[in-house]
Write a protein of this length. Structure first.
Length: 368
């Protein structure tokens, strides 16, 4: 009997320690969702160019209930969205990244933080009206303060080996330097369960993500090699009609240089190169060069996009089938076909000098 009681006591002790590591007893008092908005202030003045970087943070919003916490980091970049989801029941953290085309996450177990702090026992500070315990730590050799509260019952401390829920702290960005994050507003509400959903995300372990990056780079290199092998080969036959009402048949374009761009409206690098492609088309105005853009989108989406993003090529809608003919699997892709109908240029992805390389190829084969 005593042996059974000892086992039960040991189980309860371990369970209690597991709970107290990341949740406190008052976590059960969280009835609805809590939303806290944080200001982000960098120590040094940043340039406008630095503020456009994906790792620049202009605001952080933390949303949580008694079981899950979602930290959303906002920047001026429209290409990516970064967030972190903490699951307190399973003690798992998900580092999430979302772009226009992909939603990925890296899963890890909760880990003890490594940044040591010293509790200032006699010091109390109010942040958004909530009394906080104060810690001190070193950031880039300087003493900085960290403020936490146990009001909410969750341990949200990021890299700091502290207790409680962070309401103010200073940390360092590798590229932009130290910055201070301070809670400025709090409110309570009832949010839908999907707020914390991982639906649509591809979740990988750290090791799986490393292998994925290696494989993706390998596949990218293979595609580039295959593109180079096509140079000089006869391009596929095609017949298309642009949304501008112009018809193009490959057999009718013999004697002209044909420039093809493969793109879609929610592709950030595709959008980035549009002004350069427009200048390229203008440069060869009146020459024997035809510029055709093969879009994956339907016409109504293209029309909406063009109102804010002019693109002066003849645009073909719903062109996935043409992309398959040309074996295009990554976007943007730019292809140049000479006057005899042969591939002479096949580049995958956006590069800052893409139009200079295209211009050189067009001029070269206009002379032939």
């Amino acid at each position: 009997m005593m042996k059974k009681l000892s086992i039960v006591f040991l189980f309860l002790l371990v369970s209690t320690n597991l709970v107290s590591q990341w949740k406190y007893s008052n976590a059960k008092n969280i009835k609805d969702d809590v939303v806290i908005t944080y200001d982000v202030v960098y120590d040094r003045v940043l340039s406008e160019k630095q503020k456009k970087l994906s790792y620049f943070k202009k605001e952080i919003i933390v949303i949580f209930n008694k079981d899950k916490l979602l930290e959303k980091r906002y920047s001026n970049s429209k290409n990516y969205d970064f967030s972190t989801l903490l699951d307190y029941d399973k003690e798992l953290t998900y580092s999430l990244a979302r772009s226009y085309t992909t939603k990925t996450g890296i899963i890890n177990k909760f880990k003890n933080p490594v940044k040591e702090v010293i509790l200032q026992e006699e010091e109390i500070e109010n942040i958004i009206g909530i009394p906080c315990q104060v810690y001190e730590t070193k950031i880039k050799g300087e003493i900085r303060k960290v403020y936490t509260t146990k009001k909410f019952g969750l341990r949200y401390i990021k890299q700091f080996n502290a207790q409680g829920f962070l309401l103010k702290y200073t940390t360092n960005d590798k590229y932009l330097g130290p910055y201070t994050v301070t809670a400025k507003k709090i409110y309570y509400t009832k949010l839908p369960a999907k707020t914390y959903s991982l639906e649509g995300y591809t979740i990988r372990t750290t090791e799986e993500q490393k292998q994925y990056v290696i494989d993706a780079k390998k596949h990218s290199n293979e595609r580039k090699e295959q593109a180079l092998e096509r140079l000089g080969e006869l391009s596929p036959k095609y017949s298309v009609r642009s949304i501008q009402g112009n018809k193009f048949k490959s057999k009718d374009l013999i004697g002209k240089v044909v420039v093809l761009n493969f793109w879609f409206t929610t592709c950030p690098p595709c959008k980035k190169e549009l002004p350069h492609l427009n200048k390229l088309k203008e440069k060869f105005k009146g020459k024997d060069v035809v510029f055709i853009a093969i879009a994956l989108d339907d016409e109504y989406k293209i029309d909406t996009f063009l109102k804010r993003n002019p693109f002066n090529y003849d645009i073909v809608e719903d062109g996935r089938w043409i992309a398959e003919k040309f074996d295009v699997k990554a976007y943007p892709s730019n292809i140049i076909i000479d006057k005899k109908g042969n591939y002479q240029f096949y580049k995958i992805g956006y590069k800052s000098n893409i139009t200079e390389a295209m211009s050189y190829t067009i001029e070269k084969y206009l002379k032939d």
